[in-house]
Design a protein around this ligand. Structure first.
Ligand SMILES: Nc1ncnc2c1ncn2[C@@H]1O[C@H](COP(=O)(O)OP(=O)(O)OP(=O)(O)O)[C@@H](O)[C@H]1O
Ligand SMILES: [Mg+2]
Length: 303
């Protein structure tokens, strides 16, 4: 497939994403399209395993942009996101130049770009055309001061480095942020982004994902997997679960079933593989008594 730098329509973008194995609902594609057109960051919130990170990977492929990823975590500091000085190299340089330069000249010399270690934000700003795709992943894990620090980048695609001045974007990076909503993000961050909530997929879309990621699974098994997981999520008792399975779990489950040469689902094979779907002991205990109901054929709607 030839990568496209820009897309003329939402359909074209949807088609391109499908061609690299990403299946998304129309609302999400529209949000991506607008984010590209308006050059605004896109904030994706949703349950784990619904394809937030995967979207960034797929989009980088179809836009032929290098993917630069900033994985956020509690306590992350600016120097891990933006830049830091290479102290060791600066020190060596100062030692070598000590007898030949004035202290002022030395200071000027060690704060040159060649002693700068570029971290994801700076790398993204300085990527040549068509520019990078910057993924700021799981931004809800970082703390509030870090969010405040992001504002300048998100609003103006620039950052300030005290020793060097303001760095603006060579080419506007396509910017995606993801959040699992473990806490509410700052309004100022949200205002600078296009917001999209990512829900669990409908059956047809989940089936398309499973079929594309696990082609070894038969059509029958893939359908059973997506039907079962879909029913799991749509039951009222799902609120009793600590964590419902995402698309990622459906894909892994289909792979596990293929590895066990499963032809059709039954309560026994589900119990043997339930650890692929659920990662909480309580959830596993809750699901076992429901297996027969979940596997029952769909009721026929009589006229
Ligand atoms: N729409 C989709 N199209 C194709 N594959 C998908 C889609 N959604 C999810 N997947 C599959 O699910 C896997 C996990 O998705 P991903 O890591 O993007 O989830 P996430 O939303 O980022 O989860 P987390 O919040 O745990 O990081 C991907 O590797 C991919 O195989
Ligand atoms: Mg992710």
């Amino acid at each position: 497939m030839t990568a496209k730098i820009a897309f003329d329509s939402i359909d074209q973008l949807a088609h391109a994403l499908e061609s690299v194995g990403y299946f998304a609902e129309r609302r999400l594609i529209t949000a991506v399209f607008l984010s590209l057109r308006l050059e605004r960051p896109l904030l994706l919130e949703g349950e784990p395993g619904v394809g937030k990170t995967e979207l960034a990977k797929a989009l980088a492929k179809v836009l032929a942009r290098p993917l630069i990823r900033l994985q956020c975590y509690d306590g992350m500091e600016q120097r891990e996101a933006l830049y830091e000085w290479n102290y060791a190299a600066q020190l060596l340089h100062m030692r070598a130049a000590q007898n030949h330069a004035s202290p002022e000249a030395l200071e000027r010399e060690v704060y040159q770009p060649r002693f700068l270690v570029k971290r994801p934000l700076l790398q993204a700003l300085q990527t040549a055309a068509p520019g990078a795709l910057l993924l700021i992943d799981e931004v809800d894990r970082a703390d509030e001061p870090f969010e405040a620090f992001l504002l300048e980048y998100l609003g103006e695609y620039q950052v300030s480095i005290p020793e060097l001045g303001t760095v603006t974007a060579d080419a506007t990076p396509v910017t995606l942020l993801t959040s699992n909503r473990t806490r509410d993000l700052n309004d100022a961050v949200k205002r600078r982004c296009i917001y999209q909530w990512m829900d669990y997929p409908d059956r047809a879309r989940e089936l398309a994902v499973v079929r594309s990621k696990v082609p070894q699974a038969s059509a029958h098994l893939s359908e059973q997997v997506t039907e079962f997981v879909g029913r799991l999520r749509s039951q009222p008792f799902v609120s009793a679960f600590q964590r419902a399975p995402g698309i990622a779990e459906s894909v892994e489950w289909a792979k596990a079933l293929v590895a066990l040469d499963t032809l059709t689902l039954d309560p026994e094979v589900i119990q043997d593989t339930v650890g692929v779907l659920f990662k909480q002991r309580e959830d596993i205990a809750a699901i076992v008594p429901l297996l027969n109901d979940l596997l029952a054929p769909a009721p026929v709607n009589l006229p």
